[in-house]
Design a protein around this ligand. Structure first.
Ligand code: BGC
Length: 787
């Protein structure tokens, strides 16, 4: 039994349940990449406080706090940042002839809540009878506007069914909000103590109001403003009052039986992170006035139009498998809802939907989420990279603080500083540097936007290369190879190891790319090169050092076992197959001491396997299979970042059932609440991974040095898989059936691609259909090394 009915374009619930309310608030969260609102109820909630968390977040709006260490150490991260729960504007309390509208009181005759993925609207329909027998039909709509990043709007309609009487709508902005500071799960809750925001000013004027809040330490301000209208307007009495920490506007009317009364509430948020503090009130008021003038219906239309264009580029159609279809669409929609598009923000691990991981940005963005945007909405990928560029100064300072040259990006952050208090699985994940450069390199390869490289990227590439050269050493007992010791790879169940294979390979890629970029830049853009070199004081000799280090990076390999050891000591540890661990001990990080986790061959997530996927061109199919067979049994998948990568590789080596199951797991991670913690927010990386599993896995897409390759094969239970990708100004639609694949060049000039290794020329506006060979064991033989 699925939690929500399987429907291809919507998420629906048909019953309101206190037990699952906390989780449902995440699933029914709405956002636009800037504002994120949890799916709490407009009318308020009288259930137990531990079954709800009412929050609104603004991407990148945070408060700082001191990280405290009873046992301190040099260079430990000092300042944490937490995405703030800001003034709540979602609330509209209702009284129905003197009785409070409350789903937990009276009787609910009909209940339905729908998140419509095409319309971008959250909607509830309820027939409710008050304890005294007054029956109403209620319809409540919520939009967080995609085209207007600062705007959200509510429409609350009440129709008396069996009475005439007084209706009261009490609309509020509530400044008394705070983040979750305590949880049994260390992955949840901000390090903030007490409230992050205080209310400094507020005002009501007619049906409009605003409230201004300030953070105590980070020095930011925000203004939240409201406007309202009520239809039918005749006989409505409006009154306002300023509470200590809130603004309240009441609408009172005599309601007739059978007549629907709708209160429209327009909400805006502006902060001093984007605008001058003195302008915030005016900006916020102007925005809600404009929304009111345009009307809710216009916002609805705009929203649908925006989404029609998004789905045109981004949709993945899966015919013959509605559960997978619903799952993948929910993933893509959720990513859009939570990803910053302004170059100043990114996507937090839990998006804008919950308190998990403090609203921090991790490598999840660069490795797991960016590819989806890169191939569907490259301008968003660019905005994400611009945000990384904006953190470069902080990354330089962090490298310096740790005694290194160049730049070291933080493992987790909002605005630049390292916010991870646990350095073994934080700062030591140096691979973050290479992950960002990998994303940048891909961006340039897929879009051809070399200007971005000259203007921003090159500086990032050079500074990270500098860092790697400084971090590593030529080690005599390793044949004078260039080694990176005391690092942590992606698998957080091993820490502070020598020569983590993922890190070494990715650092090598970073160094090689730096050499390529420097040489190309000198040749093709000497003025730009001189500018960047001048700015960072780059010496000619440094490029030689990068070249030399890259050529000598130690690449772990066990000749005996013909696998890549995860790190130097990995194979010397005792192996614990994950299926021998009692189920109730997962995730291990909540039940085992790290020392015990580190002591064994047991992995949280793919490390070597992720490397094989990312740098696929460097390895053979046999490498993939042997390493997969070695690492899969000892992987717990305690991280949601795990299943999509396993799906991609399993499909490639012919483990069809496993690949399908891993895919479904990733695509429906939150809808089915596999990890039992969806309440704390969506698993954004898994959602991005699900896109990769569909396109790179079943779609068989690979980007190699000679262009785009497809070796698509779809699961037997699917009838058709269709998606579109953008590449160098082209848009290619790929439709895969069981025996044939169709490639259509929808936009742009002719393009050469490869279908199972065979060159195919796509011409504008035409479709080329190619046979899909029957699966014989593994499928990518044609794409193995040397293809
Ligand atoms: C994973 C990390 C990931 C983080 C945030 C952890 O559980 O191990 O790889 O970056 O979650 O999603």
């Amino acid at each position: 039994m699925k939690i929500y009915p399987i429907e291809e374009w919507q998420i629906r619930e048909t019953e309101f349940d206190v037990e699952t309310n906390y989780r449902d608030e995440t699933i029914f969260a709405t956002g636009n990449g800037y504002i994120g609102m949890r799916g709490t109820l407009e009318e308020g909630y009288s259930g137990p406080p531990e079954t709800t968390f009412n929050a609104t977040y603004l991407n990148g709006f945070y408060e700082e706090y001191d990280i405290e260490y009873p046992e301190d150490g040099y260079g430990f991260a000092r300042k944490g940042q937490a995405m703030l729960n800001v003034a709540d504007a979602k609330t509209i309390k209702l009284t129905i002839d003197g009785e409070e509208f409350d789903l937990l009181k009276g009787k609910v005759h009909f209940y339905e809540r729908i998140l419509d993925l095409k319309k971008g609207i959250l909607q509830r329909k309820i027939v409710w009878e008050s304890p005294a027998g007054k029956k109403v039909e209620a319809e409540i709509k919520r939009i967080v506007s995609f085209p207007r990043p600062h705007v959200a709007a509510l429409a609350v309609t009440i129709k008396p069914l069996n009475f005439e009487g007084e209706l009261n709508f009490t609309s509020r902005i509530d400044g008394q909000v705070s983040n979750l500071t305590e949880s049994k799960d260390m992955r949840v809750g901000a390090g903030l103590k007490g409230r992050g925001l205080i209310t400094v000013d507020k005002e009501i004027e007619g049906t409009a109001a605003w409230i201004k809040q300030k953070t105590l330490r980070s020095g930011f301000s925000l203004v939240c403003a409201l406007e309202h209208s009520l239809t039918p307007a005749s006989g409505v009495k409006v009154s306002g009052c300023l509470d200590e920490d809130a603004v309240v506007i009441k609408f009172k009317l005599k309601a007739s039986k059978g007549v629907p009364y709708t209160l429209f509430k327009y909400i805006s948020y502006f902060t001093s992170r984007d605008y001058e503090e003195k302008d915030l009130v005016n900006l916020a008021l102007r925005e809600v006035e404009k929304a009111k003038e345009d009307s809710f219906q216009v916002l609805e239309k705009e929203q649908e139009k925006f989404l029609a264009s998004f789905w045109e580029d981004a949709d993945i159609k899966i015919e013959g498998d509605p559960a997978a279809q619903q799952g993948i669409r929910f993933c893509l929609f959720s990513l859009l809802q939570s990803t910053g598009r302004d170059g100043k923000t990114n996507i937090a691990a839990k998006g804008l939907t919950g308190e998990g991981y403090g609203g921090h940005y991790f490598w999840d963005s660069d490795i797991y989420i960016l590819p989806f945007f890169l191939f569907t909405r490259p301008e968003i990928a660019k905005a994400l990279l611009l945000h990384r560029y904006s953190l470069l100064d902080a990354a330089r300072s962090r490298a310096k603080e740790l005694g290194h040259k160049g730049a070291l990006y933080p493992w987790r952050t909002i605005d630049g500083p390292e916010c991870s208090a646990y350095f073994p699985a934080g700062t030591a994940q140096y691979h973050i540097n290479a992950d960002i450069i990998y994303a940048l390199k891909r961006y340039v390869e897929v879009t051809g936007d070399v200007d971005f490289l000259w203007s921003y990227g090159a500086e990032m590439v050079f500074e990270t290369a500098r860092f790697w050269v400084d971090l590593g050493s030529y080690i005599p007992s390793k044949g004078n190879k260039f080694c990176f010791n005391c690092v942590t790879g992606p698998d957080e169940y091993k820490a502070l190891v020598d020569n983590n294979a993922y890190t070494n390979y990715m650092a090598k890629m970073n160094l090689e790319y730096a050499v390529v970029v420097a040489e190309k830049m000198k040749r093709e853009r000497p003025a730009d090169y001189a500018r960047v070199a001048g700015k960072i004081n780059l010496k000619e000799g440094e490029i030689e050092e990068w070249r030399r280090a890259a050529a000598h990076v130690y690449l772990p390999y066990s000749r005996k076992m013909k696998i890549i050891p995860q790190d130097d000591s990995f194979l010397y540890k005792k192996r614990i197959p994950a299926d021998q661990i009692p189920r109730e001990q997962f995730p291990l990080l909540l039940h085992w001491h790290y020392l015990n986790i580190y002591r064994y061959q047991i992995c949280k997530q793919p490390d070597v396997l992720l490397l094989l996927f990312l740098l696929r061109e460097k390895f053979t199919l046999e490498d993939v299979k042997r390493n997969y067979d070695y690492y899969e049994p000892i992987t717990t998948h305690d991280s949601s970042l795990s299943p999509p990568i396993f799906s991609i590789l399993a499909w490639e080596i012919g483990y069809e059932e496993k690949a399908y199951n891993y895919f479904l797991h990733a695509a429906r991670m939150d809808l089915d609440d596999y990890h039992g913690n969806t309440k704390d927010g969506i698993h954004a990386a898994s959602m991005g991974g699900a896109w990769s599993a569909a396109v790179y896995g079943f779609g068989g897409m690979r980007l190699y040095s000679n262009g785009l390759h497809f070796s698509p094969i779809i699961p037997n239970r699917w009838k058709r898989l269709a998606f579109a990708i953008k590449y160098h100004g082209r848009k290619v639609k790929v439709t895969i059936e069981r025996k044939v694949a169709h490639y259509t060049l929808v936009e742009g000039e002719a393009l050469k691609i490869h279908h199972f290794g065979e060159e195919v020329l796509l011409k504008p506006g035409t479709t080329i259909s190619k046979k899909v060979p029957p699966r014989r064991g593994a499928k990518f033989n044609l794409l193995s090394k040397g293809a």
